[in-house]
Structures are given as structure tokens and as C-alpha cells.
Design a protein around this ligand. Structure first.
Ligand code: FES
Ligand code: FES
Length: 205
């Protein structure tokens, strides 16, 4: 057997044991830590959650009054995506670290993965689906398109909602302020400079 064949076999053995390790890690980790909770509290889209602690919540979502019955443990993010069939708000980390789930509650930006739906009684929720008026996009949506402020787009609904909240807050005076106040919204594609340009355009409009 040649040296090259030997090397190929060794590399292949390392690759397959690494794959096995990662598979075991993923399955065991999920099984031991989060799976029971996820099974209880986070249904897959379209499935029905067993309501252990049902609670009625009235909200105004994108201008429409909605009344829904959800389990008391359900997050606003899951209520929007699973109960309201509004998948525009994205689930990234589900731990308050990426900002993909940002929505506006009474005009304030929040992480909907860290907010229980039950806490939103009587609140006005604005999601990415509610920013445009018919066919007319919100100025921030237009600016994101104009400045090419996204690549894969997964973080974009959260970035746009957060940017709308930031402009409304009126605290950002410099580029550094904007970067700091948008630092809760992570973009894995690294579109930060273009996001900054889009926000500045809306700020000065
Ligand atoms: Fe909410 Fe990441 S999904 S912060
Ligand atoms: Fe891909 Fe931001 S555009 S993560």
C-alpha cells in the first residue's frame, strides 16, 4: 500500500470519528438538557401544544386585536410564530443573545424570546409584518434594500425592528452610538457597515 493511500485512510478515519463524536454530542446534549422543556413548551410549527397552564392573552398585533389562549410558559416569539402563524420574527439563539427575535412592544424594542406572551396583556406588538403600509415599505425597509444591508436575511427582521426602535429612541448621535445601540443584533453575514448606512439614512431623512 502506498504512503498516499495510508494517509487517505487515516484522514478518513479521523473524519468519521469526528462526525460520530459530533453526532453523539448533539443528540446527548439535546436529550439531557433542553429536549424535555422543548417538548413541553415549544411545539413544532402547526402542532398543538398541550396546555398545562392555559392563559388568555389580549394583544394588538400590527394594529389588529387578537385574543389567544396559550400555555403560561410560551414566549411571545413562539406565540407569534406558532399560534399566530407569523414567521417573520426569527428564532436564532432563543436565549437573548442574537436579536433575531426583536419586535416592538408599545414602541420599545425587546427580545421576544425572553418575553412571555402572558406578560403582554393589553400591549401593542409590532413585528416585521406590520411595518409596511400595504405595498409601501417602511422607510427602514427601503433603506435596508437600498444599502444592501443583508446577505442571507435571517437577522434582517430583527435588525429592522431594532433599527426602527433605535431611531425612535433618539439617543444615537454618532456612528459609534449606532453600533453600540445595535450591538444586541448579531449579523453572521457581517453586513454591519451597510446596516449602519441604512440607519443613518433614515435618521437624517
Ligand atoms: Fe431571541 Fe436570539 S432568538 S435573542
Ligand atoms: Fe445573514 Fe445577517 S444577513 S445573518
Amino acid at each position: 500500500m502506498s504512503d498516499m493511500q495510508n494517509e487517505d485512510e487515516q484522514l478518513s478515519a479521523v473524519g468519521s470519528s469526528r462526525r460520530r463524536f459530533l453526532t453523539q454530542l448533539t443528540v446527548a446534549g439535546a436529550g439531557l438538557s433542553v429536549a424535555p422543556y422543548l417538548k413541553a413548551a415549544t411545539p413544532s410549527p402547526g402542532s398543538q401544544l398541550t396546555l398545562i397552564h392555559p392563559i388568555n392573552v389580549n394583544m394588538v398585533i400590527n394594529g389588529s386585536k387578537k385574543s389567544l389562549t396559550v400555555d403560561s410558559r410560551v414566549t411571545l416569539l413562539d406565540a407569534l410564530r406558532n399560534n399566530m402563524q407569523m414567521p417573520g420574527t426569527k428564532k436564532g439563539c432563543d436565549h437573548g443573545q442574537c436579536g433575531a427575535c426583536t419586535v416592538l412592544v408599545n414602541g420599545r424594542r425587546i427580545n421576544s424570546c425572553l418575553t412571555l406572551a402572558a406578560m403582554c396583556e393589553g400591549d401593542a406588538i409590532t413585528t416585521i409584518e406590520g411595518l409596511a403600509h400595504g405595498d409601501e415599505l417602511h422607510p427602514m425597509q427601503q433603506a435596508f434594500i437600498k444599502h444592501d444591508a443583508f446577505q442571507c436575511g435571517y437577522c434582517t427582521p430583527g435588525q429592522i425592528c431594532s433599527a426602527v426602535g433605535l431611531v425612535k429612541e433618539g439617543h444615537a448621535k454618532t456612528d459609534a452610538d449606532i453600533r453600540e445601540l445595535m450591538s444586541g443584533n448579531i449579523c453572521r453575514c457581517g453586513a454591519y457597515q451597510n446596516i449602519l448606512d441604512a440607519i443613518k439614512e433614515v435618521q437624517t431623512a
